[in-house]
Ligand binder design. Structure first.
Ligand SMILES: Cc1cc2nc3c(=O)[nH]c(=O)nc-3n(C[C@H](O)[C@H](O)[C@H](O)COP(=O)(O)O)c2cc1C
Length: 192
């Protein structure tokens, strides 16, 4: 923004010079944006739920790690045991991340079984407002590799939810796919 003195303003040359200096000072100190390094400006953050399904703790640990990483980027994650999530809650959830393992012969871990069942039932609600991404943990020595994670990923899409970052499967070495997934999730998080 520029503050200027109209040509026909009734000032002498001296008065005009003084006034110009005064107005330039206002422009540069009061109206100019503060000089803050861009790295210290907080990014806009989004609230999101990170739900974990786990039998022996690995996915719970990764959910907490994901929350820490996203919070460091200004987002507002809530980590939840999948047992505490109902299909009804999902109808009003906008951003959901699922991290789950597979147990038995391609079955959900115990704490993910109820949500898995209700979402796969005929009564499952449509979820058009939900944006989600699934990270599946498993072990490729089992025939139904990562089946539970894949079930959630495919079923949420079938119920009208949108995949906000790609579905990723992890074998026993999960560090690098986890890092890839959390980077993708951070990049895709957007207003719902
Ligand atoms: C008894 C048992 C059954 C398993 N069944 C499968 C399976 O069917 N498919 C699969 O991909 N992984 C299977 N796994 C591997 C787990 O999903 C994997 O170790 C995972 O990282 C465990 O994560 P968690 O500690 O969060 O439960 C099985 C592991 C055990 C011990």
């Amino acid at each position: 923004m520029n503050l200027t003195i109209p040509d026909n303003a009734p000032f002498t040359n001296n008065q005009r010079m003084w006034l110009k200096g005064f107005l330039d000072g206002i422009t540069s100190t009061i109206l100019a944006p503060p000089l803050v390094p861009s790295s210290s400006v907080p990014t806009a953050g989004y609230p999101l739920t990170i739900a974990w399904g786990s039998q022996t703790g690995t996915c719970e640990t990764l959910a907490k790690k994901a929350a820490k990483s996203l919070a460091a980027n200004g987002h507002i994650p809530t980590v939840l045991n999948m047992q505490l999530i109902s299909a009804e809650i999902l109808t009003t959830t906008q951003r959901l991340l699922i991290i789950t393992s597979t147990y038995g012969d391609g079955e959900p871990p115990d704490n993910a079984a109820a949500l898995h069942a209700v979402l796969h039932s005929a009564d499952a609600p449509q979820l058009p407002s939900l944006h989600y991404s699934v990270l599946a943990l498993g072990d490729s020595s089992y025939p139904d590799f990562c089946k539970c994670g894949r079930d959630f990923d495919e079923r949420l899409a079938a119920l009208g939810a949108s995949r906000s970052a790609p579905y990723i499967e992890c074998d026993v070495d999960y560090d690098s796919p986890f890092a890839e997934w959390i980077t993708a999730v951070g990049a895709f998080l957007a207003p719902a």
